[in-house]
Design a protein around this ligand. Structure first.
Ligand code: SF4
Ligand code: SF4
Length: 332
């Protein structure tokens, strides 16, 4: 069988697919320059395990696959994370933990690979020289060691690289590192102007030409090595239809203060459409993100136009490419 590495698939929003991004705390041992956590909006609580179990029940479905991504802050700072993962698996979730690589509380030793579908590590550079100015001194080495330890114990490992103006020119060095380490999946993300990035956004956003010059080619290189790779669509071609995930998919971004968003771009603003009150999921009235999902504009995603318009290109007053929903991905 020949594999076509030249034609990426757009992963259309699939009816019935559900993703729950559960921030069980907002505390972190690092201070990454682009961190999207915003304690003013997301709180600084560490949820206790009983509350986490009660909230998980709100999203568990017996007959519908639900992907659960446990994150923070740094989720391994939670002393009960291993037990939480095990319980979530028993409840039927496909489980992922997103870590900065520090793997506190002996998380690896306490967690059997059978209950954790993926352990995902974040690196924003192929070397310490690129990664550490963004994520912190010494972080590259700790994270790489964490990847090695996880693989040695039989965990499935993925890696996330958040592309910005600070590191796009080094993305092409990632395939060799992924191969050397034995990582199974690679997620390329694009910087969003939220949290810390919104405060100091100069030079962070990547324009359309640079994105197309670099990202698809690196993705092809990764795929050729037999590593699955996913990256955001960002720009739609003329014949591609714009869809807002808020209307056609089920994504929940849950924060420890009980806010539940359906659009990640809205997370810096108190316009969440749902909230958890007394362990019940309730719909909020008034102005919420929901009202934005239905707006139809030439530029595509309304929240992108409002919050990070610099990535929209116009020619003779017309939009060159609509901006896709940030949840729309391509894969090889
Ligand atoms: S590791 Fe994650 S949560 Fe912690 S500072 Fe970095 S981006 Fe923020
Ligand atoms: S990113 Fe844009 S298109 Fe996607 S859910 Fe949010 S508002 Fe809708």
């Amino acid at each position: 069988m020949t594999v076509d590495f030249s034609t990426p698939r757009t992963i259309a929003f699939q009816a019935g697919e559900r993703n729950v991004f559960f921030h069980i705390l907002t505390a972190c041992n690092l201070h990454c320059s682009h961190c999207y956590i915003n304690p003013e909006q997301h709180g600084n609580t560490t949820l206790d395990k009983e509350t986490i179990f009660a909230w998980l029940k709100l999203f568990a479905r017996e007959n519908q696959k639900t992907n659960l991504i446990l994150l923070g802050g740094e989720p391994t700072l939670h002393p009960d994370l291993a037990e939480i993962v095990e319980k979530a698996k028993k409840m039927g979730f496909a489980t992922t933990v997103d870590s900065n690589g520090f793997l506190h509380h002996d998380f690896l030793k306490k967690t059997h690979p059978e209950v954790l579908d993926y352990l995902s590590f974040s690196l924003d550079g192929p070397t310490a020289e690129i990664n550490d100015p963004i994520r912190g001194e010494g972080v590259f080495d700790v994270c790489v060691q964490g990847v090695k330890d996880a693989l040695a114990l039989g965990h499935r490992v993925s890696m996330i690289y958040t592309v910005s103006g600070k590191n796009i020119e080094y993305l092409h060095l990632m395939p060799a590192l992924l191969k050397e380490l034995g990582v199974q999946k690679f997620f390329i993300q694009v910087i969003g102007l939220r949290g810390e990035s919104a405060k100091e956004s100069d030079g962070l956003q990547v324009n359309r030409t640079r994105w197309f010059d670099v990202v698809p080619e690196v993705a092809r290189e990764v795929a050729k090595m037999g590593i699955s790779v996913t990256w955001p669509k960002v720009y739609l071609a003329d014949d591609e239809k714009f869809e807002c995930a808020g209307n056609v998919a089920e994504n929940y971004f849950v924060f420890p203060n009980g806010r539940v968003y359906q659009c990640p771009l809205c997370e810096d603003h108190p316009i969440h459409s749902l909230e958890i009150v007394n362990d019940r999921l309730v719909t909020r009235n008034g102005l919420t993100e929901k009202q934005f999902f239905g707006l139809n504009i030439e530029e595509g995603c309304v929240m992108n136009k409002l919050l990070q318009p610099d990535n929209i290109c116009y020619k003779n007053g017309k939009v060159e490419n609509k901006i896709s929903c940030c949840m729309l991905k391509q894969e090889l």
